[in-house]
Design a protein around this ligand. Structure first.
Ligand code: WT7
Length: 675
């Protein structure tokens, strides 16, 4: 990771929104208590986190708190516990009949409501099923599902058996799924025949079929029939229903309904795993190479998830909480599944697109179920804003009491719209900054205690030592831009990159010495000490809150037979945050063949877009492709990304974009500066 940008931030935002008295009066963490927690976290972070960890249910309590050999941390290492037991069993005594999951499918009449007892039943059955296939503690299992309630069951069943899950977002291609399963050496994959998206059926099993062919470690495919979502008994066989290239395929409910209640209870018992046992691997994009498998622990991760969910979302027993993320992302792991369920909350899930069948769908569901907490992404908010205030205006949103955002910086206009139009000017907004690697929220207001400011994530959570440093590692003065770092270890931090501890060190702990974690983001503290998270300063893009490496997209482009070289940069986009622009030079024979034939060049652009879609997934398709005879490079051969970003943003090269752009001249002009 390289710190390549300089900062020129000049945000002046002085509007402050303290929480209303009504909100404060019932808040879990009021100002005094919050300040106390901040103080404890500052003076004695290990003590702070040990107390948080003691709120988990331990099978064997821990005595050690932290072992820190930078960049490798162990937390609570001599304890044993099970994440699934923490998320389900411990609520059964008092809350077995409380709703754990309320789900709406994209087709509007599909609703599933599961109590904690129902969830327990589903999870122990699947756990027993996974064990029946011979899977055991430490094995890796891929999950490739639409956002159906069974996706949560899949995660919790893996956790219960001590299997390390790796969820792959259903929008990723067969190739991406294959790469991840190979890297994780997954022995099994849980999938579904299809899911719904914008009215269409998106086939998942067919992608699995293609991926498994090249992923030799995968021996079992467990397929959920979309028609069975929410059922108990399927009447289907528990035996293998077919073969997929080297693996046996089983029907999800056929397998999990093959046990009597007592068999399921017995074979579905929670494994007592070590605190540091890897709960999951989640792949995310970096600056170089293939996506990295971020490894998270069991106890430390769950401690961070539970504590931040409690503090940031002010969860109460009667809340209906909705985090709109897919389980394919870290937000879905921490704030759909592990955090809220560890607290015994009621979680709402929605399978589909926010605008299907109409742009009012989100708001209708909020009214229908009386959702009280909504946590979504700035890109969604900007899309709703564009669709018009009349859509949220049609529904009664008075059940909402708290709003959250995550994934990218939120512009003050979108923040104000969210506050006024969705939150009726009464709901606090928590702008939460964190990353796949941090496991849990790092910077966010605690809503009953902190006055918010549009666009600022405000302050670090208790127990986190966040700072803004310059290149040399010195804290920058208030008001100035620098690099966002975390100076002390925290329980939910990533433990390593699967199979590549050196890359872990290189990626996060090599910019600064002394065990300081570099986020890859720019930051700034304003005159009042409020933190502003300014987005990536490396070659990582943030497209609609999704993280993509420019290198990954470049490799996908270059793997096309007509492409010689490619450089990918981000350009600011009103809706998506960043749009993907690819500069592509073609191989000589292709240039000869295509010449300046606009129709053919246009067709090739489309072909390249679908090629990237096939290699990575639709979310990585470039918005613009520009053909160029050569990429502008410095004399030492480095692609001049700064120039390309400028070109992409300001469209310096105007005119017909289907013709070849001669960047050579501009490059020559710039070469002096960049050398
Ligand atoms: C990157 C992490 C973990 C949340 C989902 C994304 C950006 C995230 C904010 C925010 C400004 C933010 C950063 C970060 N980001 N939240 N509130 N304000 N930027 O997780 O895919 O690991 O991406 O998202 O650039 O590094 P991720």
């Amino acid at each position: 990771m390289s710190k390549s940008e300089s900062f020129s931030v000049n945000l002046k935002e002085n509007r402050l929104f303290p929480p209303s008295e009504a909100f404060v009066s019932t808040a879990n963490l009021k100002r005094d208590e919050y300040e106390k927690q901040i103080e404890i976290g500052r003076k004695d972070p290990e003590g702070y986190w040990a107390a948080a960890a003691r709120e988990l249910k331990w099978i064997k309590p821990f005595s050690k708190v932290l072992e820190w050999n930078p960049p490798f941390a162990k937390w609570f290492s001599d304890g044993r516990l099970n994440a699934s037991e923490n998320c389900i069993d411990r609520h059964l005594e008092k809350n077995s009949q409380k709703t754990a999951i309320l789900w709406e499918g994209e087709p509007e009449n599909e609703i599933v409501r599961w109590t904690y007892s129902d969830l327990h039943d589903r999870v122990i059955r699947l756990t027993a099923g996974l064990r029946k296939l011979g899977l055991k503690k430490g094995d890796r299992v891929a999950i490739y599902l639409p956002l159906v309630p069974e996706s949560v069951v899949a995660m919790l069943a893996c956790a219960r058996a001590g299997l390390t899950h790796t969820v792959v977002f259903g929008g990723f291609s067969a190739d991406s799924l294959k790469d991840r399963m190979i890297d994780a050496e997954a022995k099994a994959v849980l999938t579904a025949d299809f899911g719904y998206r914008k009215g269409a059926k998106i086939g998942l099993r067919e992608q699995v079929e293609k991926a498994v062919e090249y992923a030799p470690t995968v021996k079992h495919v467990i397929t959920l029939s979309r028609a069975d979502v929410g059922t108990t008994k399927s009447g289907k066989s528990s035996a293998a229903i077919g073969k997929i290239e080297g693996a046996q395929e089983y029907d999800w409910y056929g397998l999990s309904s093959s046990f009597s209640k007592s068999e399921a209870e017995n074979d579905g018992k929670a494994e007592a795993v070590e605190a540091e046992h890897p709960l999951f691997i989640l792949y995310t994009s970096g600056t170089t190479g293939k996506p990295k498998g971020i490894v998270h622990s069991t106890a430390g991760y769950l401690t961070g998830a539970m504590r931040t969910t409690r503090d940031v979302f002010d969860l109460k027993p009667n809340d209906l909480y909705w985090c709109t993320a897919d389980i394919g992302w870290i937000t879905g792991h921490t704030y759909v599944t592990y955090g809220p369920l560890a607290l015994g909350a009621t979680v709402f899930l929605f399978e589909g697109a926010p605008t299907t069948p109409t742009p009012g769908r989100f708001w209708e569901m909020i009214e229908r179920h009386k959702i009280s907490i909504l946590y979504t992404a700035p890109t969604a908010i900007r899309t709703f804003m564009k669709l018009g205030s009349e859509w949220p205006g049609k529904s009664d949103l008075s059940s909402l009491r708290l709003l959250g955002t995550v994934g990218e910086p939120i512009n003050p206009e979108a923040w104000m719209w969210y506050r006024e139009t969705v939150g009726g000017s009464r709901c606090p907004i928590v702008d939460t900054y964190w990353q796949t690697e941090t496991g849990a929220i790092v910077i966010s207001p605690v809503p009953g205690a902190v006055a918010t400011k549009p666009g600022s994530a405000t302050f670090a959570q208790p127990g986190f030592d966040v700072d803004v440093l310059d290149k040399q590692g010195k804290p920058v003065p208030l008001g100035e831009g620098g690099y966002l770092v975390i100076k002390k270890p925290w329980p939910s931090m990533a433990r390593t990159i699967h199979g590549d501890p050196d890359r872990f060190k290189q990626a996060y702990f090599s910019e600064y010495s002394g065990g300081i974690y570099f986020t890859g983001d720019g930051g700034r503290r304003d005159e009042q000490g409020y933190l502003w998270c300014l987005g990536r300063v490396d070659d990582v893009l943030n497209v609609s809150g999704h993280r993509l490496g420019t290198m990954e997209i470049e490799s996908a482009l270059v793997s096309h037979p007509r492409v010689a070289e490619a450089a990918v940069v981000g350009r600011p986009d009103d809706l998506k945050g960043q749009a993907i622009v690819a500069f592509v030079s073609l191989k000589a024979d292709s240039v000869k063949m295509l010449g300046t034939d606009e129709v053919k060049l246009k067709a090739l652009k489309e072909e390249l877009r679908s090629h990237v879609g096939k290699e990575i997934g639709a979310l990585a398709k470039p918005d613009d492709i520009r053909f160029t005879d050569a990429l502008p490079k410095t004399r030492s051969g480095k692609i001049m990304r700064r120039l390309l970003r400028e070109l992409a943003t300001n469209g310096v090269v105007k005119g017909d974009t289907t013709t070849l752009e001669d960047l050579g001249v501009i490059a020559a002009l710039q070469a002096k500066d960049d050398d």
